[in-house]
Design a protein around this ligand. Structure first.
Ligand code: CDP
Ligand code: CDP
Length: 222
């Protein structure tokens, strides 16, 4: 039987990964954070001092890297880098690196391979449009930019970063701009995705909304 894919796309801080994790847990699916994959390559480029504009250098990094997930952690060449990929310098550079077509082709290949073996909840920017255009369920989660930045700011302060809300607003706006305007597989709502505005909704409410659509879809099929 074919595996089921639940695709959750949307801009930074809209709540994708938090909700995707909960839904995956509830349904017994594997959760795949595709943003973490682009972040892992960016982190390695920072460590190796390769400029994000050096496309050949970045593509070489992807070719020689091993990315894997284990117990909710992301492993790069066998090392758990789940914390390091959230560093501000990675936030600043990741969208540039994610706009390189060859980088995306290799990441998408890996994403499809992982999903070939399991039922998955996958979150990102292009899952419903490009990675799995035939996904059984597609959601596009959005929220007001200031609300998204407040959420992300709180997380960073809790992790010990000294950062102003205004810089987080700037970072998210710039990443949204780059993600929405890149040529290959930009961030856009798939025509058949269900849009959910999370600005005034808590995590529990959004989770219930998504589960409602999934259960309804399952019922319609039987
Ligand atoms: O968690 P946050 O929303 O801040 O970002 P993320 O999901 O970790 O993704 C980081 C960056 O990776 C995004 O800003 C995109 O530039 C890129 N990305 C992408 O291009 N395609 C994906 N499927 C996932 C992430
Ligand atoms: O993955 P994405 O960047 O879309 O967002 P996230 O990392 O899941 O969520 C960013 C932060 O917002 C987390 O700390 C969530 O707990 C919080 N959040 C929230 O307060 N209310 C929501 N409806 C969704 C997320």
């Amino acid at each position: 039987m074919k595996n089921t894919v639940i695709a959750i796309d949307g801009p930074a801080g809209s709540g994708k990964s938090t909700i995707a994790k909960i839904i995956a847990n509830m349904l017994g699916y594997i959760y795949i954070d595709t943003g973490a994959m682009y972040r892992a390559i960016t982190y390695k480029a920072v460590k190796m001092d390769v400029d994000p504009d050096d496309e050949n250098g970045i593509v070489d990094i992807v070719r020689s890297s091993d990315i894997d997930f284990s117990d909710g952690k992301i492993l790069l060449d066998g090392e758990d880098i789940s914390e390091q990929i959230r560093m501000p310098v990675v936030n600043e550079r990741v969208s540039k690196i994610a706009s390189i077509k060859d980088v995306r082709l290799m990441m998408v290949d890996l994403q499809r391979k992982i999903a070939g073996k399991h039922n998955v909840v996958m979150d990102g920017r292009d899952i419903g449009t490009h990675v799995f255009p035939d996904a059984k369920y597609k959601f596009y989660v959005e929220a007001d930019i200031v609300e998204r930045a407040k959420r992300r700011h709180l997380e960073m302060v809790e992790k010990g970063y000294e950062i102003k809300l205004s810089s987080v607003i700037e970072d998210l706006s710039e990443r949204d701009r780059q993600d929405r305007t890149r040529e290959f597989a930009p961030l856009v709502k798939a025509e058949d995705a269900i849009a959910i505005d999370t600005t005034t909704k808590n995590i529990e409410q959004v989770t219930q909304d998504i589960l409602h659509y999934i259960r309804r879809g399952d019922k319609n099929e039987n």
